[in-house]
Design a binder for this molecule. Structure first.
Ligand code: HEC
Length: 137
């Protein structure tokens, strides 16, 4: 998955060179993929609450383990959140605020061993963060 980080890094650099908003480019390089501590412990804990209050009615944690998260490698966090917003909870798709969908997705990242960091991932930044799975920790 190192290639993912390299590609993202290169495109952010290109954006800077093209005279894009430097501040924005800096933020994007600071949080490029999910192996880099892009969500906080608190956020994942909120997501755990959402999981047990809502999703656990029909799901086990294992539903979102290795094979599931690997199938999303290379997509953006926003791609995954959008997919879940569109389809889940099965009895009420889109029925939660986007923030709560993102929280539960950060919980999925956490149970897959992705590291937490100081800052929360904001819904505005979801499309700038790529889902990357570290296969040899
Ligand atoms: C009322 C039951 C129900 C609830 C509540 C529910 N789901 Fe689902 N979910 C399903 C069913 C049924 C499927 C389809 C399972 C399959 O085909 O593998 C599914 C599939 C999924 C998938 C795709 C799994 C895959 O292997 O690709 C995701 C992701 C998902 N649900 C996330 C969530 C999240 C997050 C929540 C809580 C916000 C949630 N679901 C709540 C019933 C539910």
């Amino acid at each position: 998955m190192a290639a993912v980080a390299l590609i993202l890094g290169a495109s952010s650099l290109a954006a800077q060179e093209e005279g894009g908003d430097a501040g924005e480019a800096e933020e994007a390089t600071a949080a490029a993929n999910t192996t880099q501590g892009v969500f906080s412990e608190e956020q994942a804990t909120r997501g755990e609450d959402v999981f047990y209050n809502i999703c656990a009615e029909c799901h086990f944690e294992e539903d979102f383990g290795g094979p599931f998260i690997q199938s999303w490698a290379g997509a953006s966090v926003k791609d995954l959140v959008d997919e879940i917003v569109a389809t889940m909870p099965e009895d009420n798709p889109g029925g939660m605020p986007t923030e709560q969908y993102l929280d539960v997705v950060t919980y999925m990242f956490k149970i897959n061993g992705m590291p937490t960091g100081e800052d929360e991932l904001a819904t505005d930044d979801m499309d700038a963060v790529e889902i990357a799975v570290d296969l040899d920790p």
